[in-house]
Design a protein around this ligand. Structure first.
Ligand code: OGA
Ligand code: NI
Length: 349
């Protein structure tokens, strides 16, 4: 990735600014009350904070989340070991149109190439997904992870880490449900056969950080994302006033964001917010997002409890598996059409 291919160059209006605003009220939530015994008022306070952050930012950081630090250090270390290898080695576990999990260095976001390389791992194996985006095609494909020879422990590390992430995601969903006035377990059944995955991101140093992005502006299409970023920093979130805000790396914190599915379930009460990652001229950067996604057969639509005559459903129901199958196809290659978004299911009023 030495030379700067024009495929990486962002349109002028989407290029990052070299000076940036950091922090600026970005919510930091202490999850400690979740681990102490039955402190009802502390939990109520937490629910309010989560609700406010989801509404005002669509993003927040959490500390005292209960994920053991060693598990995070392990996956960070193994990710570095994997990406340090030659391109030839990494390409042995390359993603293809059939084997959609594994290594990949040509992802496009909004049809501009991202300055990054990634390794995708399904948390539950086999991962089940529809074979094609075609609604009449009922065939389901079983997906298996591809494991590199090095580092040999990567498989175990990812399995352990995935279980921790699922636990945290379920707890966060309980808080989100309560914040919407729903029973804490309201969302659990959607995730019974969840199709979540972990992505290892490596953003190499970039000679033209003012022209390219590690990942271009996008909204996460799943339910909830839990991201671990290293101390280099580069993640930017679009604040509701349109300003891009850099998220300050906080040691051992996780960054949580509302995905498109929560936006639909909540009928736009909580919106999925645009974000992007800047690259750095000297430093490489690593991040590990966990994408918490429902089972492929789940139909996504606004929850009945959150809609009524005054506030009718703003989206038509869509099938999660077909949605990802179609998105995956457009992420695989540069296309001249817009990627599938929940806005395609919006009911115009
Ligand atoms: C993503 C993402 C941001 C980052 O992979 O969806 O938004 O900081 N990553 O790596
Ligand atoms: Ni993202």
């Amino acid at each position: 990735m030495g030379e700067v291919d024009p495929a990486f160059i962002q349109e002028p209006e989407h290029r990052p600014r070299i000076s940036y605003i950091e922090g600026e009220g970005f919510p930091l939530i202490d999850l400690a009350p979740l681990h102490s015994s039955n402190n009802v008022s502390a939990i109520e306070g937490l629910v309010k904070e989560v609700g406010k952050a989801c509404k005002e930012w669509g993003f927040f950081q959490v500390i005292n989340h209960g994920v053991p630090l060693e598990k995070r250090q392990k996956i960070d270390g193994d990710s570095r070991k994997f990406f340090e290898q030659s391109l030839e080695e990494k390409r042995k576990v390359r993603r293809t149109e059939k084997l959609v999990l594994g290594y990949y260095d040509t992802e496009h976001t909004k049809n501009v190439r991202d300055w990054k390389e990634v390794f995708d791992i399904a948390v539950e194996e086999p991962a089940l997904i529809p074979s094609s985006p075609d609604p009449d095609d009922k065939e389901i494909t079983e997906l298996y992870n591809q494991w590199p020879e090095y580092p040999p422990e990567l498989r175990e590390t990812c399995q352990d880490y995935g279980q921790e992430m699922v636990k945290l995601a379920r707890k966060l969903f309980e808080l989100i449900a309560l914040s919407l006035g729903l029973p804490a377990d309201r969302f659990h059944s959607f995730f019974k056969d969840h199709s979540s995955y972990i992505r290892l991101n490596h953003y190499p140093p970039c000679p033209t950080p003012e022209l390219a992005l590690g990942v271009g502006r996008h909204k996460d299409g799943g339910a909830l994302t839990i991201l671990a970023q290293d101390d280099v920093g580069g993640l930017e979130v679009k604040r509701k006033d349109g300003e891009w805000i850099r998220v300050k790396p906080t040691p051992d914190a996780y960054i949580v964001n509302v995905g498109a599915i929560i936006q639909v379930w909540s009928n736009d009460k909580y919106e999925s917010v645009e974000h992007r990652a800047m690259v750095n001229p000297e430093k490489e950067r690593f991040s590990v997002p966990f994408f918490f996604n429902p089972a492929h057969y789940v139909m996504i639509k606004p929850l009945e409890e959150l809609t009524n005559e005054q506030n009718p459903a703003k989206y038509r129901a869509y099938n999660w598996g077909k949605f990802t199958a179609s998105k995956r196809r457009s992420n695989f290659q540069k296309l001249n059409v817009e990627n599938l978004q929940i806005s395609h299911f919006r009911i115009s009023d």
